[in-house]
Design a protein around this ligand. Structure first.
Ligand SMILES: Cc1ncc(COP(=O)(O)O)c(C=O)c1O
Length: 339
């Protein structure tokens, strides 16, 4: 067996030993199957291929100092997948079946869960797809749920640090009454051009305003936005952003730290007033924002004057990571230990 260089893992795909699957046929989900194949055999007219009947999730498992493996908020990921299924007319998978699949696939690939000291983790990717054949635009009658895992490196290799973002006005990721609140592949296909544009301009990530008025903050690439000012945690209320589980967790921790939490529309100009801001999501927990540029308006909103992460962002980041790795007690019941 080849040994893995944990410290130099990137956020990429590495084959592991097994994946797990359920099939939905004749109106119900079947039993869990274990596979060692990285491929799916399906009909060329499957609805996931033509009409985007496809949902996915992303969560992580962490090895603690005590060697125990902890999965973060898997029930919330199950609930979000169920919401996505309702959004694009796919059969929902119960939380119990979701949990069984996640715990099984981790157990089967235990040797790929990075050691505590490495700062790396195991990324878990659940996928639910329409596999039944259709030529007209209709929901399929058959589906597959599959979960694979892959070890991923620590997001901040050189330490927790800030990044600049760029507002892209030329492309929208999702519409106000569209599928932005669901985790469907189509939203990510729609984001590719904006993401490339941001990269071509030298930024690591694109920043979206609301599609209708181009006035309010929506999201930052595949992460939610939050700003901090006057001891308040402010995050957008929008019908076109993904409800981030990291953001939900940070709101709880911010309240615990004595901050007021506000979920409301954030006009672009308000960016000038934040003392700190961050992009939050499973990948990085928090990626602190250095500044946000709006090239079309020829404006730049400087958030971190000294270029360093702010005090509250750092506290929130350390607190959430400590819960994930089991260094702090799990008082909200966010963690499931893999037995
Ligand atoms: C568009 C989008 N927004 C936000 C997030 C962050 O969500 P979470 O904290 O649940 O990972 C993600 C990643 O899942 C995403 O793809």
């Amino acid at each position: 067996m080849k040994t893995i260089d944990w410290a130099n893992l990137s956020f990429g795909y590495m084959p592991t030993d097994y994946n797990v699957r359920y099939n939905y046929r004749n109106g119900s989900w079947g039993e869990l199957e274990i596979s060692s194949s990285e491929y799916i055999n399906m009909h060329m007219a499957a609805t996931c291929l033509h009409y985007g009947q496809e949902a996915f999730e992303g969560l992580k498992a962490f090895r603690g100092k005590d060697e125990k493996i902890r999965v973060f908020r898997l029930d919330e990921n199950a609930a979000r997948l169920q919401s996505t299924c309702r959004g694009i007319l796919m059969p929902e998978l119960s939380t119990e079946k979701f949990r069984d699949a996640i715990l099984k696939v981790i157990k089967l690939n235990e040797r790929f869960v990075p050691p505590y000291e490495s700062g790396a983790s195991l990324y878990i990717r659940p996928l639910l797809i329409g596999t039944g054949a259709q030529v007209g635009v209709h929901p399929a009658s058959e589906y597959m749920f599959i979960v694979f895992v892959t070890p991923v490196g620590p997001y901040f290799k050189g330490g927790f640090s800030t990044n600049p973002y760029v507002i892209i006005r030329q492309y929208d990721r999702s519409a106000p009454l569209g599928t932005g609140v669901y985790k469907v592949g189509g939203n990510y296909a729609a984001s590719l051009r904006a993401n490339k544009m941001a990269h071509d301009m030298g930024y690591s990530c694109e920043f979206y305003l609301d599609a209708k008025e181009k006035k309010y903050i929506d999201e930052c690439g595949a992460a939610n936005f939050f700003g901090i000012k006057n001891n308040t945690y402010v995050t957008p209320l929008s019908t076109s952003i993904l409800p981030s589980i990291t953001n939900k967790s940070l709101m709880t921790l911010a309240e615990e730290m004595g901050l007021t939490v506000e979920r409301r529309q954030i006009p672009e100009e308000e960016l000038d007033t934040f003392e700190e801001a961050g992009a939050c999501g499973t990948a990085a927990v928090i990626s602190p924002i250095q500044r946000i540029d709006d090239p079309e308006k020829n404006r730049s909103y400087i958030i971190s004057k000294d270029g360093k992460p702010g005090k509250i962002c750092t506290q929130l980041y350390n607190k959430l990571r400590a819960i994930q790795y089991g260094d702090e007690p799990d008082k909200y019941g966010w963690v499931t230990i893999v037995e």
